[in-house]
Design a protein around this ligand. Structure first.
Ligand code: VGL
Ligand code: ZN
Length: 219
């Protein structure tokens, strides 16, 4: 049995990734059971983790991650862009739209900073730390360091994309990283050989030293 993790408010922070209606049933890029994260997250934001940051996927119309920006291409296909492979998505999280808001049921009281990402038209940004070229920073690392946070507990959507990229970058940057598993759901693209699946994302994170735990283990 995994032992409980005793939290220290001086160095621990909750990272809420893309808790936005567009990633939930009825949204434009619905994650299966995406709304199931709201209950566990409500527990987390009223529990022992008193500091939180949130990310918000925030794309301009015509963003290059949208299949609609690439004539002849369909959503969920992968293409090569100058920074590498890019999966194409249905239009989603368009700046200012209702689906791009932080979910109205999310209690924002403990969210001290909101990082918006994916606002440059030609580059996608899954991770809370770097855009998909893996080197353009969002500024989150500077905020976390300046505040003295050393352990990050991630929750949100989607486990296999924005949560996974964020957790992996956090581990690479030297943070102690946990994924609160019951507070995440994944897109679950079919295994198309070499693409990201929930299983490959999980294996990558474990190899990077990221730990998975249920919310009930946080004290
Ligand atoms: C996400 C695909 C495209 C995510 C965002 O939040 O995981 N996935 N944009
Ligand atoms: Zn996006």
């Amino acid at each position: 049995m995994l032992s409980p993790v005793i939290l220290d408010p001086a160095r621990d922070v909750l990272g809420l990734i893309d808790v936005q209606p567009d990633f939930m049933p009825g949204g434009r890029l619905a994650v299966p059971e995406g709304d199931a994260v709201l209950g566990p997250i409500a527990g987390l934001v009223s529990g022992p983790l008193v500091h939180a940051f949130a990310t918000q996927d925030w794309h301009p119309p015509g963003h290059h991650s949208f299949a609609s920006a690439h004539p002849g291409r369909a959503a969920f296909e992968t293409i090569e862009l100058d920074y590498g492979a890019q999966t194409l998505w249905p239009d989603h999280a368009v700046q200012g739209s209702e689906g791009a808001a932080l979910h109205p049921a999310l209690d924002q009281a403990r969210i001290e900073v909101i990082i918006r990402k994916g606002f440059r038209r030609d580059i996608d940004s899954y991770s809370a730390f770097f855009e998909n070229d893996r080197k353009t920073p969002t500024g989150l690392d500077g905020w976390l360091r300046a505040r003295g946070f050393r352990r990050i507990f991630f929750a949100g959507l989607a486990m296999d994309f924005c949560v996974a990229y964020s957790a992996e970058d956090a581990a690479r940057l030297g943070y102690d990283v946990f994924v609160v598993e019951d507070a995440c759901r994944g897109i679950g693209l079919p295994d198309a050989g070499g693409g990201t699946t929930i299983e490959t994302a999980r294996a990558r994170l474990l190899a990077a030293g990221v730990r998975f735990l249920p919310a009930e283990k946080l004290r």
